[in-house]
Structures are given as structure tokens and as C-alpha cells.
Design a protein around this ligand. Structure first.
Ligand code: KIV
Length: 266
């Protein structure tokens, strides 16, 4: 497939074709996921949990993100690479610019920031300087200590109204993409319809423009033994990892994943 760009993702949204995204942290899996047809690889700070064994993403550093981004770039076969700015790596304008530059120079095509309406400022700053941004709303794991755990967000009407307004404000500020994590399916669907930029969901139901899962989760691997409601084990019925990755991309594309049971109600 030709290299995936932002324009490709926008066309997929316009044509109603689902976008398949997976996390990847190294060259071998970047190659396997991109060859399976995933349009987007996310070098997520989830690597702090699934690779390093921490109980949150907070310990992950910018050096580690740059290292894994460079590894993913070497194995990638045409997918668009998004890298997470880790915890507190975008708390000032100077940090935001310098740390985004680290990730872009390591091989990212876009950076991802977690937050809410306040992200408008860093998004504007980066977009004006040529760095596309994915804004991560809903359950934002870097804020787990404020949220009081990994819980569904946007269930109360006031919270839902705020999230809708934030999504539109961030699009207006220049966000290239939104990611909604653990948001009631109906709200995620409304947000995806309200904005023109692609909206990717994880635990956000079937109505978003695309889906992402953490690689280890969809391969049936879990350090804690706990499996989130929105995860499906794609190794079931497959005899190889490549088969499971292919099955994931196919299921996202044909709309069979996520099913209603993988989503949350308000
Ligand atoms: O860090 C990550 O892998 C993520 C996904 C859970 C969306 O942000």
C-alpha cells in the first residue's frame, strides 16, 4: 500500500471506511502490524505498563519514547506513526516544542497529547510549526491519579457536554485527529459525527472512524491477568501472530470489531 498520510486518513473518514490502528513499540511488530494493513501505528506510553511492568504510564520518559519511536520507524512498512508525549513532557511551551521535535526526528509523523480543552494551546503551537497532533480525550491514563482509577469518562450529562465542546475546540485549534478512550458509545458516535477530523476509539463503541487496541491486549497477553471489556483476543482461532493481526485489521474494516458488547453505556 502507498504510504499513509493525513490526507489518506481524512479520505477514509469521508468515504466511511474504518481506520485500523495498533500500538507498536519495536521494529518487528511495526513490520507485522503495518503488513497486516494497519494504517496507523501508535508508539503509546502504554509501553510503560506492557513492556516495563509499571502500574501506570507515569514513569515513561521522553528518551524512552524516542528510542521506541526510532525502532518502530525502522520496521514500519508505510503506516503513519503517532508517538505519545509522555507525562509532563508538554507542561510548558518550550518542553512541548523540544520534546515533539525529539519524537518527530526519531520518526513520528504525529504526536499525541492527553488532556481536555486546555490542549488547544499546545495544539495551536505545534500545528503552526508543522507538527500534526492527535488529542486524546476521555480516560487519559496520565491523569489516573486525578481520575481515581481507569474509569469510563463522560457518563454524566455535564461531563459529556464538556467533552463535546472540547472536541470541537481542539479541532478548531488545529488538531489533526482525536482519540477517545473509555467513553460511552453514544457520546463517541456524536463526537465523531460533529468533527471533520478522524476520531479513533478504544472502549468507545463502534461509531468512531477507527479503532485502536494495545498490541499485547489483542494478542491475549496480560501481566495483571485482568482484561478490559473493550478488548478482544484475536489470537483465538489463529495459529500465528500475523494471523491475529490480519484478523484484527479485517474485523475493524468490516465493522465486526468492536461489537456493541465491547462498548459502554452512559
Ligand atoms: O498509550 C497507549 O497505548 C494509548 C492507547 C491506549 C490508546 O494511548
Amino acid at each position: 500500500m502507498p504510504d499513509v498520510t493525513l490526507t489518506t486518513l481524512q479520505s477514509l473518514k469521508q468515504n466511511g471506511e474504518k481506520i485500523a490502528m495498533l500500538t507498536a513499540y519495536d521494529a518487528t511488530f511495526a513490520q507485522a502490524c503495518s503488513q497486516a494493513g494497519a494504517e496507523v501505528l501508535l508508539v503509546g506510553d502504554s509501553l510503560g505498563m506492557v513492556l516495563q511492568g509499571h502500574d501506570s504510564t507515569l514513569p515513561v520518559t521522553i528518551d524512552e519514547m524516542a528510542y521506541h519511536t526510532a525502532s518502530v520507524k525502522r520496521g514500519n512498512n508505510g503506516a503513519l506513526i503517532i508517538s505519545d508525549l509522555p507525562f509532563m513532557a508538554y507542561s510548558t511551551s518550550e518542553q512541548t516544542l523540544l520534546n515533539s521535535a525529539r519524537l518527530m526526528q526519531a520518526g513520528a509523523h504525529m504526536v499525541k497529547l492527553e488532556g481536555a480543552g486546555w490542549l488547544a494551546e499546545p495544539i495551536r503551537l505545534l500545528a503552526e510549526r508543522g507538527v500534526p497532533v492527535c488529542a486524546h480525550l476521555g480516560l487519559t491514563p496520565q491523569a489516573v491519579n486525578i481520575l481515581g482509577g481507569y474509569k469510563v469518562q463522560g457518563r454524566q450529562e455535564a461531563q459529556a457536554r464538556q467533552m463535546r465542546a472540547d472536541a470541537m475546540a481542539l479541532e478548531q485549534a488545529g488538531a489533526a485527529m482525536l482519540l477517545l478512550e473509555c467513553v460511552p458509545s453514544e457520546l463517541a458516535n456524536e463526537i465523531a459525527q460533529a468533527v471533520k477530523i478522524p476520531v479513533i476509539g478504544i472502549g468507545a463503541g463502534p461509531g468512531t472512524d477507527g479503532q485502536v487496541l494495545v498490541l499485547h491486549d489483542m494478542l491475549g497477553l496480560s501481566l495483571s491477568g485482568r482484561v478490559a471489556k473493550f478488548v478482544r483476543n484475536f489470537m483465538e482461532g489463529q495459529s500465528s501472530i500475523q494471523g491475529a493481526l490480519n484478523a484484527y485489521v479485517k474485523a475493524v474494516k468490516d465493522g465486526s470489531f468492536p461489537a456493541a458488547e465491547h462498548g459502554f453505556s452512559a
